[in-house]
Design a protein around this ligand. Structure first.
Ligand SMILES: [Zn+2]
Ligand SMILES: [Zn+2]
Length: 279
């Protein structure tokens, strides 16, 4: 007899320096990673993918830059999900709050210390980025796992160890190094973006993708692209080329998509049967 299909979904709602929010669902458990757009636009995006903002169980915040927390204050007051963030991130969230919300919704997490949102185990891991307490997240559910890792100055050992073996990952492909250095950004900003605690360039992302692929990851979503210093096609090409060098063919041995900046992307779906068997 066929087991009942259960399902994990990851849908980037918005991605890029204009605002980030990723919807992840594990059967009936619904989580947002970041709320970096207005509450209204997040609610609209959720509707577009057949979800409701009032059904969100938890919002997990990666770090305190405005492209990740801009909509949080209103979202939590309107819909009341639990909020999980590190101590460093909470400081800025508090600073940005226009009105207080129910403090019983607030949870302080720590990199390397797993926690649960209902039946989903979440591992926050430190990310090399210029924000105090910046983290990414790996989710474990019924023997499967997915990760969200953006705002990475480099693909550090800590990030690598935390995400290796994930079946799907949203990973940053922020900029093309030539476009950045020949572009219009002020020199100090170029230095910041290209620095150890800035953002991940396409080539470093490609190295990370190859490493992850060799260790079992088969579904890749590129996210947080710079509007000025990258294009979806440039990012995609860099990754596809690097993967061809290790004889991995897009669409055959792995899937790849670029998360949309202003509207929801195609869902990444992993199915799990109720006996835990991978399909
Ligand atoms: Zn950031
Ligand atoms: Zn960001």
């Amino acid at each position: 007899m066929n087991a009942v299909n259960q399902c994990i979904q990851m849908i980037p709602l918005y991605s890029g320096s204009s605002g980030n929010s990723v919807f992840v669902q594990f059967d009936g458990i619904r989580i947002l990673v970041d709320a970096g757009c207005t509450t209204k636009s997040i609610a609209t995006a959720l509707e577009k993918v057949g979800q409701s903002a009032s059904d969100i169980d938890a919002v997990l915040i990666t770090h305190d830059h405005s492209d990740h927390i801009k909509g949080l204050d209103v979202f939590v007051r309107k819909y009341g999900p639990r909020i999980y963030a590190t101590k460093g991130t909470w400081r800025q969230i508090r600073y940005c709050e226009k009105k207080p919300h129910d403090p019983s919704l607030d949870y302080v997490i720590e990199a390397g210390e797993p926690f649960f949102v209902k039946d989903v185990k979440v591992l926050p891991f430190s990310t090399p980025h210029d924000a105090d307490g910046s983290v990414g997240f790996r989710f474990f559910y019924k023997d499967r796992s997915i990760s969200v890792a953006t705002d990475l100055g480099h693909f550090s050992e800590e990030v690598k160890n935390a995400v290796v073996g994930s079946e799907a990952i949203l990973i940053e492909a922020n900029y093309d190094r030539d476009m950045l250095w020949s572009g219009a950004y002020p020199w100090m900003l170029k230095k910041r973006v290209d620095g150890e605690n800035g953002h991940l360039c396409n080539l470093d992302c490609a190295d990370a993708v190859c490493f992850l692929y060799r260790n079992g990851t088969k579904n890749f979503v590129l996210g947080h692209l710079s509007q000025e210093n990258n294009t979806p096609m440039t990012a995609e090409k860099a990754i596809v080329r690097a993967m061809e060098n290790i004889e991995a063919i897009r669409g055959e041995s792995y899937t790849l998509q670029v998360a949309n900046r202003y509207y929801p992307s195609e869902p990444v779906v992993l199915r799990v049967s109720d006996d835990g068997e991978i399909q």
